[in-house]
Unconditional design. Structure first.
Length: 530
């Protein structure tokens, strides 16, 4: 759950996290790699047996005349470029208190990626994970300790984290921008950044030991939405062989904006900042633009059906089977939302619960209460938590499962993460009753030790071992199963529901009946405030 830090507390947490993941450097020369743009010098973690390369530019800095342009090629350099520290994070508002950065400040010049790879590796043979961070398309960074790639690299995987443009810098759409585009497209610059990073991987990852024909793309929240979008885009769907989505997709109630609406919002923003031309808009300082998006009445910026990266709506693309036909590992958490989010300050009574559902669903409320009953306090707490999570992000995730199973021609492995994080070390808050949004990241990527906020237990470490094992096997083979792990069947109908793997202290296969809820939400979505 969000927590309020003092500035000093935040700094101390950042230092602690950085120290926790700081590698033991070996004596002797650092590792060097040749890329298409030039040579890189990283550093060697002798204790872990890894080579790490950080702050690698995969596109030209999107500044000045390149602001709101698709990512451009990196200018080649001479000599050896140091890649021993993270590059700057992309421009973003400080809205997420749980984000800890190891980045080199914040800048528009932010199109960098990071690579963790085994020190002793066969050239071009190891499976690759390219991971996109979450943060609502307005925050996040590849330097966050929870995304650190060292643990998966120790399992024989080349792990890559990618920075991509955010907020108004990554998603502004304007008719004038479309007019200057050779393909008449505007918006989605952050998603185009991700595609450029995937093409960089195709051209360069073999030098780091990675197989460009064994690439898994993964991400959480906005990163998971990005994965579903990359699978749908004709520009990028051929750049991956497997995909992992942790809570989120650009389907269901999280579909991208129509271009006309995005351009109208962009025009309103242009007028809000008093810019009468693109040249003037590009001349405004990055910090001033960031301040402007915080002002009252400025809408959020996000993915758009731009006619280029997304030629049609993702719903239409997936329904037609035009997305990547690749194995998908996808799921959501047991507490993506919470019943209190639905009720606000009202006490949890059946009457208040019904009133809240009627406010959100109008004429559909009576039918909704069949799927989300609230006849007692205990029942409404469970149903309210389920509904809050569904309307936030679980419904969109379930819609992805449904469409990929129908038209994707490849297995879908569907999970339900149940491990609630433990109490905080400082005693400031107890454990949540369920697995909150983003709570699975450290478990899945093997990074519990990099998060010193929570008092991790033996049960947490066991759950992480299982979850990371599933992720690693899937990245390697397209199937999460392997020795020592509870069997995980691909999603398939059974007993009126769908097979789904519950992952947590008790990992097991369950029959999930949430699909009926998602079909209901899909049917009413145009009329409801989801």
């Amino acid at each position: 759950m969000p927590i309020a830090f003092t500035r000093l507390h935040r700094v101390l947490l950042g230092l602690a996290a950085a120290l926790a993941v700081a590698p033991a450097l070996a004596a002797g020369p650092p590792p060097t790699i040749s890329t298409h743009a030039g040579r890189l010098s990283g550093f060697h973690d002798a204790e872990a047996g890894l080579d790490e390369f950080k702050g690698i530019p995969y596109a030209a800095p999107p500044v000045g005349p390149l602001r709101w342009k698709p990512p451009q090629p990196v200018v080649a350099w001479t000599g050896v470029r140091m890649a021993d520290h993270f590059g700057p994070r992309c421009m973003q508002r400080p809205v997420f208190s749980d984000m800890v950065f190891r980045s080199d400040g914040m800048s528009e010049d932010c199109l960098y990626l990071n690579v963790w790879t085994p020190a002793h590796r066969p050239r071009g043979k190891l499976p690759v994970l390219v991971y996109f961070y979450g943060g609502g398309f307005i925050g996040g960074d590849g330097s966050e300790p929870r995304y650190d790639g060292a643990s998966l690299a120790r399992r024989g995987i080349v792990a890559v984290t990618v920075n991509y443009r955010l907020d108004v810098f990554g998603f502004l759409a304007l008719p004038a921008l479309a007019a200057e585009s050779p393909v008449r497209a505007t918006g989605n610059y952050g998603l185009l950044d991700q595609g450029a990073a995937l093409r960089w991987v195709q051209h360069n990852i073999a030098a780091f030991g990675g197989d460009p024909h064994q690439v898994t793309i993964g991400g959480e929240s906005a990163g998971s939405m990005s994965v579903s979008a990359q699978m749908a885009s004709p520009l990028s769907r051929w750049l991956m062989q497997r995909a992992i989505g942790e809570s989120g997709s650009v389907l269901g109630n999280l579909k991208p904006m129509p271009l006309a609406l995005a351009e109208n919002q962009g025009e309103a923003f242009r007028q809000h900042v008093g810019a009468h031309s693109l040249a003037r808009l590009r001349a405004i300082g990055a910090s001033a633009l960031l301040q402007a998006v915080c002002e009252k009445g400025v809408p959020d910026f996000g993915p758009t059906i731009d006619g280029y990266f997304l030629p049609r709506s993702p719903e239409a693309i997936y329904q037609a089977g035009e997305q990547a036909h690749i194995p998908l590992l996808v799921g959501s958490n047991s507490q993506e939302g919470y019943y209190a989010d639905l009720l606000g300050k009202q006490p949890p009574t059946p009457a208040n619960y019904r009133a809240a559902m009627e406010q959100r669903l109008g004429a559909h409320a009576a039918e909704a209460l069949k799927f989300y009953p609230g006849r007692t306090e205990a029942e409404l707490q469970a149903s309210g938590t389920a509904f809050a999570g569904d309307q936030f992000i679980a419904f969109a995730t379930g819609r992805w499962v449904q469409l990929q199973r129908q038209t994707g021609h490849a297995p879908v492995y569907y999970y339900y993460f149940t491990q609630a994080r433990p109490a905080k070390r400082d005693g400031s808050a107890g454990a949540d009753p369920g697995a909150v949004h983003s709570g699975e990241i450290e478990y899945a990527l093997g990074n519990l030790s990099g998060n010193h906020v929570y008092a991790w237990t033996a049960a947490d470490r066991r759950a992480s071992t299982v979850m990371e094992g599933y992720w690693a096997n899937f990245i390697k083979t397209g199937n999460p199963n392997g020795p020592g792990l509870p069997h995980w069947p691909a999603a398939a109908p059974k007993d009126g529901g769908l097979l789904r793997q519950a992952i947590g202290a008790d990992t097991h296969t369950r029959v999930d009946h949430d699909v009926a809820r998602y079909e209901f939400l899909q049917r009413i979505e145009p009329d409801a405030h989801l």
